[in-house]
Design a protein around this ligand. Structure first.
Ligand SMILES: Nc1ncnc2c1ncn2[C@@H]1O[C@H](COP(=O)(O)OP(=O)(O)O)[C@@H](O)[C@H]1O
Ligand SMILES: [Mg+2]
Length: 365
């Protein structure tokens, strides 16, 4: 749980400080006031990167040389601070007052998920996002997933380099043993994670879309073949392409639904609901494994959704028991089971409103 958050020179936020509530926080403000920037800053503290895919110069407030983010986390055994500074010299991370290497440490200490207006890409976009979706769960659930994933990436790079250099087949084959060993481990770990998450995926599918969902994991090489065989069969094509054509870097997670759902899924709103169901299931699964509430960031969840769907989404979010920070143009569009802590953003400045918005909905018209 993050209780205190500060951001300095992050996008339009010159210097903001928020005391966050443990359950529900709601940030409102007009267009371009800085709502998404605030969530992006929070997410950056737990990921070391932007969920909008922005670079450090884009994230740094115009005219400044660096940005700094700071959070105080309430944990089972007391408080920890986490700080991030980024400039053209690179990312500096401090956890509990000590220098810490890299973004993985951030993800471990402040695990979070994001549902933003681009979330439909998890359904509509390419397989990379869906692989990342599985790998995120695996990172939190399976102890050595990250290590295996990194070693696999390295083996893939080396094998690809050998293909590009048009090394002899013997040289390329010499990489196969390590490559397939790591590929199979990665594959096992993803399959295990999907099995672990499946019930939650289906439950959230029912809650948000009133539909039965099935998920098919495609491992990235043919069902009937071992990876080694698939590599050997393909070697001429691989030499032509200069890259490895089979393996878990080609995997996908296919969502299987009925015809009725397929017709509806041309709508971006439905895609958003389906993607949100997946994010909630991932959050629930990681949360159960880590035995602590995660942080869930909802950027403009009301966008693209009718009010019934928003209601179902917020109900499902609330049932997870995680810490929520949501944004909305109109704070009344999001109804939580208990009054959220309210913040108002204006030109990159944040004020906390202690009162729930009291302004009544117009009765006259
Ligand atoms: N690096 C930056 N420095 C200063 N302002 C920025 C920077 N990047 C974006 N902005 C500005 O921040 C404002 C807030 O954007 P955003 O957080 O997306 O608003 P909202 O989500 O409230 O609509 C925009 O006006 C944008 O131009
Ligand atoms: Mg926004």
């Amino acid at each position: 749980m993050i209780s205190l958050f500060r951001a300095t020179n992050f996008r339009c936020l010159e210097s903001v400080e928020l005391e966050l509530a443990p359950r529900f926080n709601l940030i409102s403000g007009v267009n371009a006031s800085g709502k998404t920037s605030l969530l992006e800053a929070l997410a950056y503290l737990g990921r070391g990167k932007s969920f909008r895919g922005a670079s450090t110069p884009q994230l740094t407030r115009h005219g400044e040389g660096d940005f700094v983010l700071f959070g105080e986390l309430e944990r089972e055994h007391g408080r920890t601070s986490v700080g991030v500074r980024n400039s053209k010299d690179g990312l500096e991370v401090r956890i509990g007052g000590e220098d810490s290497p890299g973004a993985a440490a951030l993800a471990e200490i402040l695990p979070l998920q994001v549902i933003d207006p681009e979330v439909h890409n998890l359904i509509a976009g390419g397989p990379e996002l869906r692989r990342r979706f599985l790998d995120w769960i695996a990172f939190h659930v399976e102890h050595d997933h990250l290590m295996i994933w990194r070693r696999f990436r390295r083996a893939l790079k080396q094998r690809n380099a050998a293909l590009k250099a048009r090394s002899g087949e013997a040289v390329i084959r010499s990489w196969n043993a390590e490559f397939t060993d790591l590929a199979e481990k990665l594959d096992e770990s993803r399959k295990a994670v999907l099995e672990l998450t499946l019930a939650s995926l289906q439950e959230h599918g029912r809650a948000l879309l009133e539909t039965e969902l099935e998920f098919a994991y495609q491992r990235g090489w043919p069902k009937e073949k071992g990876l080694d065989e698939a590599l050997n069969d393909n070697i001429e094509r691989e030499l032509q392409m200069g890259s490895t054509q089979a393996g878990p870097h080609r995997a996908d997670l296919r969502v299987v639904y009925d015809d009725r759902q397929a017709r509806k899924l041309v709508s971006r709103g439905q895609q958003k609901l389906l993607a949100s169901a997946m994010i909630l299931a991932a959050t629930e699964t990681a949360q159960a494994a880590l035995e602590k509430p995660l942080l869930l960031l909802l950027d403009d969840p009301a966008a693209e959704l009718d009010s019934d769907s928003v209601g179902r989404l917020i109900t499902a979010v609330s049932a997870l028991g995680c810490q929520v920070v949501a944004t909305s143009l109109d704070p009344r569009a999001l109804v939580f089971p208990e009054a959220p802590k309210m913040f108002h953003v204006e030109h990159g400045t944040v004020t906390a409103a202690d009162q729930v918005i009291s302004e009544p909905v117009n009765k006259g018209d």
